[in-house]
Each structure stands twice: as structure tokens, then as C-alpha cells.
Design a protein around this ligand. Structure first.
Ligand code: 13P
Ligand code: ZN
Length: 328
């Protein structure tokens, strides 16, 4: 397994080295060449594309929204290969002095939460105050790679956050949700994406803040909803952004869902890949838009017809899915 990882990391490095040669021309100094290599890694590129996709959709006014990706073992190996540390010691404990990681990592910084389940995990995460519209242009500034310590109560910066940035103010939510989702999915869930779609916040004014109500409303707007989120949508009450209360309530809501509404704030989704998480956000937003349009056409939610509960069940059965019994 270790040999496979080393091989994969080497291949990944070979792939990016060609690109970094080109990057060197524009950047000059050696350190920037390392940074460019990390940026070129596939998982970083996927993440950048997701951030930019949200910006293109209009879901990220100013610094609104944030995102993180929990690295797989091979991603960590690829980053280390790019940074020139731990080349032949892939899979070692991150605190191991022999890794050479000490030379590139920053100081340990305390988190407000403690998630030992995420011991030594690495997150690619957006910088607080950064604008999603700038992620494509300035990835080394808008993004950073952090490594959690053994206790899961502190992190250090391994790459990125150039210019003195630090992780999103929602880092507590990100850490708690990754912990919950990783446990619930045996490690399959890796991406957490948070955005501020207009229509979601508009519906927060119109609909009761109730998971069942939101789930059923959206399920009944188009047949794809049951297919994409049979577990439904969680609901988190209105909290101060970045607060521990928001993080705690979201972690509970996300245990049984891959999407949750942050009341009067936005949407939070998870997935195994950036495409999966982003796709889920896209479907939720589209369903909300259909509902909004239908309300405008019918001067309120008294529609001529809707997808019935029987239809929902039929869709779930056909696709071999189990709809959340709390909502059907
Ligand atoms: P950050 O800039 O700290 O990520 O905050 C944006 C946001 O959406 C808070 O919920
Ligand atoms: Zn937000």
C-alpha cells in the first residue's frame, strides 16, 4: 500500500513538474515554484473549480461562503512530494520530526473545538475574508492547507494563506462536520461547501424553519430531488456566523443529512467529491427557485398540482433509495 502511494505521489509530482517549469518563468524564486506545484495538484484544482463555480452562480457576495476538503492519504503524499518533505516516509505520523514538515509548517494554533477523530488529518480550506471570485486568480492567498494535531484541538498551516491569512471563521463548523461525516460514511465524505444563495435566504423568510417542511417542499418541486437527497434537508436555527452554537447544531443536523439550511444565512452541503457537494447545492438551489417561481405565478403556494407522496415513493423505489421516514 505504501509503495502504491509513493508511486501515485511520484506520478502526481511528475505531472505537475511540467507545469511548475512553466510557472517558474513567471514567478522566479524557488519557493513560489513549490507553491505552484501544490496549486496544480488535481484535488486543489477540483476545489478551485468548485469555488469558482459558486461565484459564477452568484452564491458568494463579498467574502460570503467558505469550503474545505479533507485530504486522502495520497493527496497528503502528493503535497509532501511537492513541498519536498517526507519523500520516503509516506504514512508516518505527521508530528514525526523526521518528516521535515516542521521546516515548512507554521505554529500550532488552538481551535475552539476538539475532534480527536480527525487526528493528523489535513484540510484544504478557504481563508477568512477571502472572496470566492478571487480563488482562481489568487489560490495561494485565498486557500490554505492545515494539518490537525493528535488531539484534534489545534492546527498548523502547511501551505497557502499567503499574506498572513487564516482559515475561515467557520473553521469550527468545518472541523466538527468533517468529523461527524467522516464517521457516518466510513471516510467517504470529504468536502464541505457553504454558500449564500439568494433564493435559499428568501425562502428562510417564507417557510417555517423546519426540516420536514423544507424537505417536502423541495422534494415536490422536481423528481430529481428525491434521487439526489433522499435523506432530506436538515435545518439549523439562526445563529451568529462563525459561532460554536452554529457549529454544534450543524454537526447534529449533518449526521443524518448531506445538506442543511443555515436559517437566514445560507446553505451547507457535504459530499465525497467537490462535484458531488457542489451538485447537491445546485439541485437544492434549483428546487428552491422552482418553488419561488411557482409561488410568483400562483400568487402564493396554492399550486394546481404537485408531486404526490406516492410519486416520491415510486421514484425512491425505482432508484433503490430509502427516503428519510421522518419526511415521508
Ligand atoms: P469567512 O470569510 O470567515 O469564511 O466568512 C464567510 C461566511 O460565509 C461566514 O459564514
Ligand atoms: Zn456564511
Amino acid at each position: 500500500m505504501a509503495a502504491e502511494l509513493i508511486d501515485a505521489a511520484r506520478k502526481q509530482q511528475e505531472k505537475v513538474q511540467g507545469k511548475s517549469m512553466r510557472c517558474k518563468k513567471s514567478h522566479g524564486e524557488a519557493r513560489m515554484a513549490y507553491v505552484s506545484q501544490v496549486v496544480d495538484l488535481e484535488f486543489v484544482q477540483d476545489f478551485v473549480r468548485m469555488c469558482d463555480g459558486g461565484w459564477q452562480q452568484g452564491w458568494h457576495e463579498r467574502n460570503g461562503g467558505n469550503a474545505s476538503y479533507r485530504l486522502a492519504e495520497e493527496d497528503i503524499a502528493a503535497v509532501k512530494a511537492c513541498l519536498g518533505v517526507g519523500g520516503h516516509a509516506i504514512g508516518f505520523a505527521a508530528s514525526d520530526e523526521s518528516s521535515g514538515l516542521e521546516a515548512v509548517a507554521g505554529e500550532w494554533i488552538a481551535l475552539e473545538v476538539c475532534e480527536p477523530f480527525l487526528a493528523h488529518e489535513w484540510l484544504l480550506i478557504t481563508a477568512t475574508g477571502s472572496y470566492m471570485q478571487n480563488v482562481v486568480r489568487l489560490p495561494e492567498q485565498c486557500l490554505g492547507l492545515i494539518e490537525l494535531n493528535e488531539q484534534g484541538d489545534a492546527y498548523r498551516v502547511v501551505w497557502g494563506f499567503e499574506g498572513g491569512g487564516r482559515p475561515t471563521s467557520e473553521v469550527s463548523s468545518h472541523v466538527m462536520i468533517h468529523s461527524v461525516k467522516s464517521r457516518a460514511t466510513e471516510g467517504a465524505s470529504r468536502v464541505l461547501y457553504h454558500c449564500h444563495p439568494t433564493v435559499v435566504n428568501a425562502l428562510c423568510l417564507a417557510l417555517p424553519h423546519d426540516a420536514r417542511e423544507w424537505t417536502r417542499t423541495l422534494w415536490k418541486t422536481m423528481t430529481e430531488c428525491m434521487v439526489v437527497f433522499p435523506e432530506g434537508i436538515g435545518m439549523v436555527s439562526c445563529h451568529v456566523p462563525g459561532s460554536l452554537d452554529l457549529a454544534r447544531e450543524t454537526a447534529v443536523a449533518m449526521e443524518g443529512h448531506n445538506a442543511a439550511i443555515w436559517a437566514h444565512h445560507g446553505l451547507c452541503v457535504t459530499g465525497g467529491t467537490c462535484d458531488e457537494a457542489f451538485g447537491l447545492a445546485h439541485v437544492v438551489v434549483k428546487a428552491a427557485q422552482i418553488y419561488e417561481s411557482a409561488c410568483a405565478m400562483c400568487a402564493g403556494p396554492s399550486f394546481r398540482q404537485q408531486i404526490s407522496d406516492e410519486d416520491l415513493l415510486r421514484i425512491a423505489q425505482t432508484f433503490g433509495l430509502t427516503p428519510n421516514p421522518k419526511y415521508l
